[in-house]
Design a protein. Structure first.
Length: 283
């Protein structure tokens, strides 16, 4: 599939890394969930689109919309702004994919963890250098070695950086990191900070005109390095990866998943009823 990109020049309060670099506009949505668009239906389409965009020498972002994001999007203005400018958005998590299939039946779950290895392989094939940003130095070293090994040494990792605890994705340290990524020559930067920091950081880099794609992947590098254990395939296929995570860390995740469950109930039950009611009231 060939994509046609609309480009605009970037304008931002911070000094532009390269004012000549064009920002790729968000691609047309194929579905929306709670008002937020999804424009990539599956993993293969996502990888093809990301590689093509990286080869176009523009700057772009890749987000994976999940229930936790939807909860945070209802209260974070910075997160909302980042999502409004996102070039590519997939459905991350089976609940979001199911909701999105109301608009587009072909949408399937595509998480950051699902994208990491095949996208790294595609980057190696296309000779696109990558940068690893986020998590911890130890994880970056282990995950980087695994990525290179997985691509039989073909992947070029031109840099990595782990930000300090308390990292502000809109502060001076973020701008310094963005400058370092720009100077590295990377065409893809895997951002592993967790939401909403990673998306806000990616949007800031995009606004500053970095000639690279910023792919937000959450805990994917931790999974690859073996620092965290991802849910077994059976849980993933059944859409129960959240249950595995809750069981592994109930104290940290109970409140988050309660909010997600309440929002899911609203979107599955109350929102359709409200829409139906509005339709009946329409003259």
């Amino acid at each position: 599939m060939t994509h046609t990109y609309q480009c605009i020049r970037t304008v931002n309060d911070a000094a532009l890394v390269d004012p000549s670099v064009m920002r790729l506009e968000p691609q047309p949505p194929i579905a929306s969930v709670d008002g937020w668009p999804i424009n990539l239906p599956d993993q293969r389409t996502a990888i093809d689109a990301i590689v093509e965009a990286a080869q176009s020498d523009g700057c772009f972002t890749v987000f994976t919309l999940n229930l936790d994001h939807l909860v945070k999007l209802r209260s974070s203005a910075a997160f909302q702004q980042a999502y409004r400018g996102a070039t590519f958005v997939t459905a991350d998590g089976e609940p979001v994919a199911q909701l999105a299939r109301r608009d587009a039946p072909g949408i399937v779950r595509t998480t950051g963890a699902d994208l990491l290895l095949p996208l790294a392989d595609a980057c190696a094939e296309a000779q696109l250098p990558v940068f690893l940003f986020g998590t911890s130095p130890g994880v970056l070293a282990k995950a980087g070695a695994r990525l290179v090994e997985n691509t039989d040494g073909r992947l070029q990792i031109c840099g990595s950086l782990s930000p300090p605890i308390g990292f502000d994705p809109e502060g001076p340290e973020a701008d310094a990191a963005i400058a370092r990524i720009a100077q590295s020559g990377a065409r893809i930067c895997f951002v592993a900070l967790g939401a909403p920091k990673q998306e806000i950081f990616a949007a800031r880099a995009q606004a500053q005109g970095v000639k690279a794609g910023f792919v937000c992947i959450g805990a994917s590098l931790d999974f690859l390095a073996g620092e965290q254990v991802r849910a077994p395939r059976a849980f993933q296929r059944a859409g129960l990866e959240w249950l595995w995570r809750l069981g592994s860390n109930p104290r940290r995740l109970a409140a988050r998943y309660t909010q997600c469950a309440l929002l899911l109930a609203e979107l599955r039950l109350l929102a359709p009823l409200s829409s139906a009611g509005a339709g009946r009231r329409r003259p």
